[in-house]
Design a protein around this ligand. Structure first.
Ligand code: NAD
Length: 471
């Protein structure tokens, strides 16, 4: 059993002042695998003070110096990437397939920040003035459990690129992953205080970060519910914030789409990260006339996405992160049945032979009305709803009939047609004909999926404050 009893403040691993202990439970077996001693408000304040002090000099560093730091961070993380993958599989229950991909995504966070920084000009000419883009100050980074180290990399890399310093609060459920990441980042040798990591609960450490007057900005990824709390808390000191929140992504298969390609892509997009993904394509919109074909193909192709031990190379869907998350997903499957949706595959309970972990049967509903709660609320598990539409206009209307707007997907034999439909969808990213990722394109949500953008120039500018020198 591993004990994590330190946090990272001012360039050192130190004992937290907090003494609350949180058990780390394997999602695969529900056996205890470790313990973490959580930090508290005092620890958060010490970390913020360290970041504030470090900001004085770090904000003055040259672009070339920060590029060098980012390269060292990427190298230090890359050196231990196999260990980082293993601990993610063990603690989070992500499948080996997913965790390897997530590791590449983690590294691309540094690579993309370097690429953006290299091209970025911190001084612009506007009118007859000089506009200087200056780093905001101390950034509070608050993140969830579903791709923890990827979020640390993406957000911290942008903070460093901007010349900001940071206090990071990961989920208490990610302590083993965080510890290894902290060790890697420590190896990169950044000046003390530039980044600090405090394990702790949302209502203590998270709340302290979102209310503290010395924190200039919050970069948050998590649920819309907590995002709204943070926005409220942050408003007392007018902090800037970027909020990356929930989603209920539509995936429109247009009438001319090649289902032999689009259906496996749809399953992969719905069940990625075992369904615990903000961008999961959980509403599959198919033309009424092709419903039977879609159902048949899903049934034929679902066995290609086996549920099982996340350590197995072939497993595509692993357990839910916690028993609480398992119960939540079960609650939604029950709700879908009660609401009158039909179960195509899956249903309640554990898959056979996987009763000891938080495994869910990948569930596909049809006869779903977009007004049903299973079509409107984020489930965060492997549950897919098939919704039919009559024509393209109705498909767009259904796609946009949601409080969310994080990501969407469109497939068509005609790329121009797919792009035309994509332009009508209210979402921060629309993936056309496949699961493409561009780490330099902006990422973020319309509507209640969030505020602001991450990555690329939009992401970097969100850590900067424009200052005009006139005359
Ligand atoms: P969560 O909102 O419960 O928690 C996220 C983080 O906020 C955790 O570190 C938590 O401790 C902290 N927190 C909780 N209460 C707080 C408070 N009062 N003040 C400050 N911090 C507080 O989310 P979760 O359950 O860890 O993760 C799942 C959610 O994250 C889903 O809704 C998912 O859609 C969302 N998510 C969004 C994105 C995105 O990029 N848009 C990516 C991944 C996950």
């Amino acid at each position: 059993m591993k004990i994590i009893d330190s946090i990272y403040i001012n360039g050192e691993f130190v004992k937290p002042q907090g003494n609350q202990v949180f058990d780390l439970i394997s999602p695969t077996t529900n056996k205890q695998i470790g313990q973490v001693v959580l930090g508290n408000e005092h620890d958060a304040r010490t970390a913020i003070a360290a970041a504030k002090e470090a900001f004085k000099t770090f904000s003055q560093t040259a672009k070339a110096e920060r590029i060098e730091y980012l390269k060292r961070m990427r190298e230090a993380v890359s050196r231990r990437k196999d260990e980082l993958v293993d601990v993610m599989v063990e603690e989070y229950g992500g499948t080996l397939q997913f965790c390897r991909m997530s590791m590449e995504f983690t590294l691309s966070g540094f690579t993309a920040a370097i690429a953006t920084l290299e091209k970025f000009d911190f001084t612009k000419k506007m009118g007859f003035s000089e506009v200087q883009l200056t780093p905001l100050g101390v950034v509070g980074i608050i993140i969830p459990w579903n791709a923890s180290n990827g979020f640390i990399a993406g957000k911290l890399a942008t903070a460093v690129a901007a010349g900001c310093t940071a206090v990071i609060k990961p989920s208490e459920m990610s302590a083993l992953q965080t510890q290894l990441m902290a060790e890697c980042l420590h190896e990169a040798g950044l000046p003390a205080g530039v980044f600090n990591i405090v394990n702790g609960l949302g209502e203590t450490v998270g709340a302290e970060i979102s209310t503290h007057p010395d924190v200039a900005k919050i970069s948050f990824t998590g649920s819309s519910t907590v995002g709204k709390i943070i926005a409220r808390e942050a408003s007392a000191t007018l902090k800037r914030y970027t909020l990356e929140l929930g989603g209920k992504s539509p995936n429109i298969l247009l009438g001319d789409a090649d289902f032999s390609k689009a259906i496996p892509t749809a399953i992969a997009a719905a069940f990625m990260n075992s369904g615990q993904a903000c961008v999961a394509a959980t509403r599959l919109l198919v033309p009424e006339s092709r419903l039977e074909e879609a159902k048949e193909l899903i049934q034929t192709m679902l066995p290609l996405f086996p549920v099982g031990d996340p350590k197995e190379e072939t497993t595509a869907i692993g357990p839910m992160v916690s028993q609480k998350q398992y119960e939540r997903v079960q609650g939604y499957i029950k709700l879908g049945i009660e609401e009158g949706a039909s179960v195509l595959t899956g249903g309640l309970g554990h898959p056979e032979g996987l009763e000891n972990g938080n495994f869910v049967k990948p569930t596909v509903f049809y006869n779903v009305d977009n007004k049903m709660r299973i079509a409107q609320e984020e489930i965060f598990g492997p549950v897919l709803s098939i919704i039919t539409y009559k024509d393209e206009a109705e498909a767009v209307e259904i796609a946009n009939d949601t409080i969310y707007g994080l990501q969407a997907y469109v497939s068509s034999a005609n790329t121009e047609r797919a792009r035309r439909v994509a332009s009508q969808i209210n979402a921060g990213r629309v993936l056309v004909n496949g699961l493409n990722h561009d780490p330099e394109a902006p990422f973020g949500g319309f509507k209640q999926s969030g505020i602001g953008r991450e990555f690329g120039i939009y992401g970097l500018e969100a850590y900067l404050e424009p200052k005009a020198l006139i005359g």
